[in-house]
Design a binder for this molecule. Structure first.
Ligand SMILES: *Cc1c(COP(=O)(O)O)cnc(C)c1O
Length: 466
């Protein structure tokens, strides 16, 4: 195509001023503001120019340009971060916000957010207080630790501990534990950032106590054990017992730190996980000799996003004083939610914590929920609907090899493929994420929340009964 043809087509595109003064734009100027409206129109204009320049078949139509602008306006009006329904059966879904926060915790978050608080004020003494004081006793009581500190997240907790305690010194880690979590937390990278030297020891599948022993030099400051949260190496494997590592570290005057990741407060059996699930409580880590343990707040612990560090008072005291602690400090709303979640643990109210409740749901309960949902769906939807046994997962890098037996509702449509229905469900006002197998979609009931059934039924009616 000649340049002339393109020039003609480009000229057909209306100018910004004319578009901005059009009737169909007026109401959007009010609801979105002039700056955002202009940005959207600019994006649409440049998209149109690109099409003219690169697609010879493209014919500019004002009506379709207008439609495209209108749908972008409408899209920009709704918040970007929005609620979704998790019918995928993964409880601590990393991409869907990990743990849900307990109602009681939300209540205190809301109260602390909207009022002044004693965040850093000691009401008894009438003087300055510490934000960490609100959770320290609770965390110590629940984990048996001498001292505790919370920061923004677990990556921050590990970074803080390494920087404050081992900068310019050697930290020994087994080659089987040089993990990457969620694509952005990588032990070698965090180590480098902290200024500590990573000394790898052993092999990917087998690391012995003597591997650690041989790696220790005068420059060694710490032995670090990292929980392989999201994977397991199977077969011919070995790693020294935690107690042995602790003994070795203490004989050599080193710190033994464990990055536990998931933040298990209770013993695994209490939350329906087999004792051999590979997860171990923070309390047990400390009992077996760890000087410091780091963990996330929003994985299996079931609270808001924090990073916890518990252990020896002397070590925690130096972390508290280290300037990075200030940069990683937790905000008051999160702190309120975390304290409230800890209090639920203290009172034994485990089923008030959504993550724990979902883990503890029995197959019988799940089956009756699935039966009920299937029955309600059958009355409204024209498709093949049946209840099936399925496997759910804890997710969030906790017990990757443990499958939780669950139930789901499978829906097969005679014309629509499962992938197509999944796509339609993702595009709804309240998007629904579900599984699929054998070209039928599968709604896992374990991760559905109160009221989700009704939304799912209405949505599927709209999507399928067309
Ligand atoms: C999840 C995890 C992290 C990262 O924790 P965030 O809270 O996401 O920062 C670090 N280490 C281990 C072992 C983990 O499982």
């Amino acid at each position: 195509m000649s340049d002339n043809g393109q020039q003609e087509k480009l000229k057909a595109i209306p100018a910004m001023d004319i578009i901005l003064n059009s009737d169909w734009v007026k109401s959007w100027l009010e609801s979105l503001g002039r700056i955002r409206v202009k940005r959207i129109i600019n994006q649409e204009l440049s998209l149109t120019r690109q099409k003219i320049l690169h697609d010879d078949e493209f014919i500019f139509s004002f009506d379709s340009f207008k439609d495209s602008c209108l749908s972008s306006f409408a899209y920009s009006l709704s918040p970007s971060l929005q609620r979704v329904i998790n019918a995928a059966g993964v409880i601590i879904h990393t991409n869907l916000g990990r743990s849900l926060i307990a109602h009681e915790a939300i209540k205190s978050m809301s109260e602390i957010a909207s009022s002044y608080s004693n965040l850093e004020y000691d009401l008894k003494a009438g003087s300055r207080g510490q934000r960490n004081s609100h959770i320290e006793d609770l965390l110590c009581a629940l984990t048996g630790a001498e001292s505790a500190l919370v920061v923004n997240n677990n990556a921050g907790a590990v970074l803080l501990a390494l920087s404050a305690l081992a900068k310019n010194f050697d930290v020994i880690v087994s080659r089987g534990e040089l993990v990457e979590i969620g694509g952005s937390f990588r032990i070698p990278d965090i180590m480098q950032l902290s200024g500590a030297n990573l000394i790898e020891t052993g092999t990917t599948n087998r690391t012995h106590l003597f591997d650690y022993e041989r790696a220790i030099t005068e420059n060694t400051r710490m032995l670090l054990k990292v929980h392989p949260s999201n994977f397991r190496i199977e077969g011919f494997t070995t790693a020294p017992e935690r107690k042995e590592l602790a003994k070795l570290a203490h004989e050599k005057n080193l710190i033994f730190m464990e990055d536990a990741g998931s933040g298990l407060i209770l013993n695994p059996e209490i939350i329906n996980l087999p004792a051999n699930c590979g997860e171990i409580s923070i309390k047990s880590c400390l009992e077996q000799g760890a000087d410091l343990v780091t963990f996330s707040g929003d994985k299996i612990l079931g609270g808001p996003q924090i990073g916890g560090i518990v252990g020896k008072k002397k070590l925690i005291d130096s972390l508290k004083k280290y300037p990075l602690a200030r940069a990683l400090r937790v905000d008051k709303v999160t702190l309120a939610g975390f304290e409230s979640t800890m209090r639920l643990y203290s009172r034994g109210l485990y089923d008030e914590i959504p993550t724990l409740k979902m883990l503890r749901l029995s197959p019988e309960v799940l089956k009756s929920r699935a039966d009920l949902l299937a029955e309600k769906l059958s009355q409204k939807i024209n498709a093949d609907i049946h209840v099936i046994e399925i496997e759910d997962a804890a997710g969030g890098g906790s017990c990757p090899e443990i499958k939780l037996s669950g139930y789901g509702v499978a829906i097969k449509h005679k014309n629509f493929s499962a992938g197509y229905i999944q796509k339609l469900l993702r595009g709804l006002e309240i998007p629904i994420l579900c599984g699929a197998r054998d070209d039928e979609i599968v709604l896992h009931v374990r991760t559905l929340q109160e009221g989700d059934d009704e939304i799912i039924i209405k949505s599927l009616e709209g999507v399928i009964n067309v």
